[in-house]
Ligand binder design. Sequence first.
Ligand code: MGD
Ligand code: MGD
Ligand code: SF4
Length: 750
Amino acid sequence: MAVSRREFLKASAAATALMAIGAPVVKAAGSDGMDRWVKGVCRFCGTGCGVLVGVRGGKAVMVKGDPNNHNAGFLCLKGALMPPIIYAKERVTKPLIRKNGKLTPVSWDEALDYTAGKFKAVLKSDGPNAVAFYGSGQALTEETYLASKIFKAGLRCNNVEGNPRLCMASAVGGYVTTFGKDEPMGSYEDIDAATCFFIIGSNTSECHPILFKRIASRKQSDKNVKIIVVDPRKTNTARIADLHVSFKPGTDLAILNAMAYHIIQEELDNPRFHGRYVNFMNNKKEKVSFEDYQKFLADYTPEKAEALSGVPAATIRKMAQWFAESSATMSLWCMGINQRIRGVWANNLIHNLHLLTGKIGKPGSTPFSLTGQPNACGGVRDTGGLSHLLPAGRLIKKAEHRAEMEKLWGLAPGTINPKPGLHTVALYNALGQGKVKALLMLCTNPAHSLPNVNKHQAALARKDTFVCVIEAFRDAETLKFADVVLPPAFWCEREGVYGCSERRYSLISKAIDPPGQARPSVNILVDLAKRMGVDPKLVNFKNSAEVWDEWRAVARPTPYNFWGMTRERMRKESGIRWPCPDEKHPGTNIRYVRGEDPNIPKDHPRKYHFYGKPDGRAVIWLRPYKGAAEEPDAQYPFVLTTGRVIDHWHTGTMTMKVPELRKSFPKAYVELAAADAKKMGINNGDNVKLETRRDKMVFQARVSDVCRPGLVFVPFFDVHLLINKLTLDAFDPGSKQPEYKICAVRVSKV
Ligand code: MGD
Ligand code: MGD
Ligand code: SF4
């Protein structure tokens, strides 16, 4: 059945209403007079829904769900409402150079020569550590692979970072320390088999709506399925929970250890599994015994955890029991766990529960970190687009990994700088100190999204730094600080791969031409690199398909092997999960299990083989409780937490251009608990001042039962109310991911 755009939007509006009670999304039908439908992937979240772009008269006029991808044709509103964003009047369509303080249109040659000249001058005067690349989990896999290669191999500079540091670094740290390799072992199919969902620090309903829909459907299909939501806010996700556990923010470590304590106490652990497949380790990386682990956990009785977290001991016991007694438990988590100064440890403690109970590597039983961005996994984590990484899980600090990459890239031995580059907060600090002097950015808006952003805006504003931004929209905050802006082809205006949360790589096919002089970023990067003096042999690519083929070859000798995903195959299929070693291989559903994971020989003696670790055993870590970097005190008695709303994407440069989305959340607000509001005489809509040690700002109040008393929440999409002026840039010492989720704040009625 054909649907008109009007009917489609009407259906979408109904879906928004449903979303409010936790029943999201629409399924669009019909082919309705399009010239063609082109296969792609949604531009937004890490769910990675497959889409079909309806093209008529050379324009993308409609988007609907791809019935053959994992989302089975469903999309949430953001995914379906792309066309107004593509054709927004704010698109950058010409290269711009700042002249007399104003961004002024110039030719491509002038912009590229000018940018390359600035980089070359800094490289000459200050060396490779004074330049940097800052990328994004929304750039294509080919773009990040190429940028990272240009800097690490071409310029000998490891200052290659990107917003996944703000997002997934703690999850990476958790996977690598526990299993030896990054990325989840399970897949979305686990949702259909799980009988207990342990959702902690994830507002799945608003941030991964199509996965939330799948969880809700699973619950509807079997009334015995239990959902536990552990979040200090009673979010929309919590509203379908059998048990919502609210607690003092930042105390998850104590709660998770107490769950482990109770599981062992009640003999709900699985000694056959952990005896055979697990090592226990303390923070000094020493192997310890199961008995040592038990002694360590004695500090985390449910009563002691109650004193720290405010969660009744009986509730902790109940959670532990549900987790351990279900036939299949799936944990899902996101920024409530990762954006913390002990994010890696919190990740480890979730893995611990699965390893302790053996609820891993079976359908429905898996720890599964939800990835935020559409290509943080496929693009940045897998290709090595961070300052300590090389492609496919290789590390800069490992000589054999550098040597292997030098061979694959055709470099002289010793070319790759052995010292990891600067992580994101350190990079912007170095920019502020004048140590980094030239910065190239791609597909990210850090002048809005960095924590403690006043400090980092000042760094970007320095007169002696050079900032070149490849950015699709003129109104992005970072453009205020740019010396050069280069216009990229956006989303389906060029071809390339996105890799979502479940190791699934899907191709975005080119559906339409870019506007004006905008060009695919792969071509921009190649031209820029050549002008910067990078050996042309290193960047001898005409298009992203050629980059993809090199990346396939580079990953082939590793456990990431996806050699079987030829471009041709990806054009036909709607996403394939790696490992996928040959063209006949269907892709991998469960890793680390013999018979499932092609990296494990069929005759391997052990059923589970965590091959990222030298002895094939995963690690249960003894991680003590540690609180937030900035706890509330008498001066700043509340906790400020920040995050997302369903209808906006990050810094709002895209979703604010869609009238339906803008109307649902026109500006940021402060959400506060009814009990606190009553005490302070605050009503809905009143002006409320928030003040932290960094800055202060006034927001309209939304009084509800979402926040617990003592906690306030502000979404970060609004450029006119930049909450990151108030947040803190303390970071996890392991992952270097900032603690956006907790800082101390004073709240007063204006
Ligand atoms: P957030 O709102 O950042 O979203 O997805 P989520 O992590 O699900 O925070 C999640 C929850 O953490 C909040 O409900 C908050 O109350 C809780 N939290 C705060 N402090 C704590 C704590 O101490 N412990 C626990 N357990 N929880 C805590 C983020 C994800 O969303 C990401 S990373 C990206 S990049 C994408 N962005 C995005 C978007 O911008 N908009 C929409 N609509 N969807 C998105 N999807 C992705
Ligand atoms: P985005 O809005 O996604 O935010 O932070 P950012 O990456 O800075 O920025 C993407 C930019 O790329 C936009 O300016 C967009 O217009 C542009 N763009 C879109 N498409 C294209 C394209 O095809 N090519 C190019 N070149 N440009 C394009 C996200 C970051 O925010 C993340 S990932 C996290 S997890 C953090 N979360 C967070 C939080 O929870 N709380 C607070 N307070 N702040 C946070 N900041 C972080
Ligand atoms: Fe896009 Fe995420 Fe919505 Fe799917 S759930 S349509 S990937 S925003």
